[in-house]
Write a protein that binds this ligand. Structure first.
Ligand code: SF4
Length: 273
């Protein structure tokens, strides 16, 4: 039985995804509730740290009568305290002075690097190797679990202000985990019988089209690896863009794909944020 999202989310009549970011957030009607100072703070912090939200979050999840304390607002709209005071002041001066995009970019990149984007050697440690070659786009942090970062899934329906993977979204060269190589994943799992779990993560893997996601999941199923017991998908689509499973153009294909994984005998787990 298909369920109309309109029956679930009364009053919300748009199931069409609209992203809001630094370039268009002032068009959100609810922004009229914020002072110019609050809007400016969003602009300043959003120059350094990634900012993206969407129409579902704005219209359904945020209580605009409780601004600025609403938790969902704090979770998705940049907050002044996310930057150190001297970083904030530096960027605020540039924005106020109408500095060129190149100058702003240069300052933003420097500030980002000072924020220690990959603490504890995340770029170098835990990178698995196959035949002596590093497999970028994968991490083997825990004995039984491999983290896999499919390259088309390295973004999210909305960014969390607490995100610890933000370097992936701001284009800092050399800081992005990614892999297009589903076959490398299969080969690595064959060579590592101790691995029982693969966690698809990102970003949000369910931002990928169902077809693209199938390019990763189907080889995994077809390989029929006896050691692989759990296929986990880290996603917040259920809460931040539920139309991914209801009315998006390929939502039926997406649900069918997830069913196919479950029917293969592997345990499919949605790690819902
Ligand atoms: S869902 Fe994860 S990767 Fe995406 S913005 Fe939030 S914390 Fe970052």
């Amino acid at each position: 039985m298909s369920i109309s999202p309109k029956k679930i989310f009364t009053g919300f009549d748009s199931t069409r995804y609209t992203a809001y970011n630094l370039g268009n957030f002032r068009e959100i009607p609810q922004m009229a509730r914020l002072s110019e100072e609050q809007l400016f703070e969003i602009e300043v912090v959003g120059r350094v740290l990634p900012f993206k939200t969407n129409n579902f979050v704005v219209d359904e999840l945020i209580d605009w009568d409780n601004i600025p304390d609403d938790p969902m607002f704090i979770l998705t709209f940049p907050q002044r305290d996310m930057l150190l005071p001297h970083h904030y002041e530096e960027m605020a001066e540039l924005v106020k002075a109408g500095a060129s995009p190149a100058l702003i970019r240069e300052a933003a990149d420097r500030i980002r690097l000072e924020l220690n984007p990959h603490p504890a050697g995340q770029l170098d440690l835990n990178v698995p190797h196959l035949n002596g070659e590093p497999l970028h786009g994968m991490q083997h942090k825990y004995r039984e679990t491999v983290l896999f970062f499919p390259s088309p899934g390295q973004t999210c329906h909305a960014y969390c202000t607490f995100c610890f993977r933000w370097p992936q979204f701001v284009g800092l060269s050399g800081l992005k985990f990614a892999s297009r190589e589903a076959e490398h994943l299969v080969a690595y799992l064959k060579a590592h019988p101790e691995v029982t779990d693969v966690l698809f993560t990102g970003g949000d893997p369910l931002l990928m089209s169902a077809r693209r996601l199938a390019d990763y999941l189907e080889p995994l199923i077809a390989a029929d690896l006896p050691n692989l017991r759990h296929i986990r998908i880290g996603t917040k689509a259920l809460s931040y863009w539920p139309y991914r499973f209801l009315t998006d153009a390929d939502s039926d294909h997406m649900v069918a794909l997830l069913r196919k994984v479950a029917a293969s005998g592997k345990h499919l787990a949605i790690m819902a944020h």
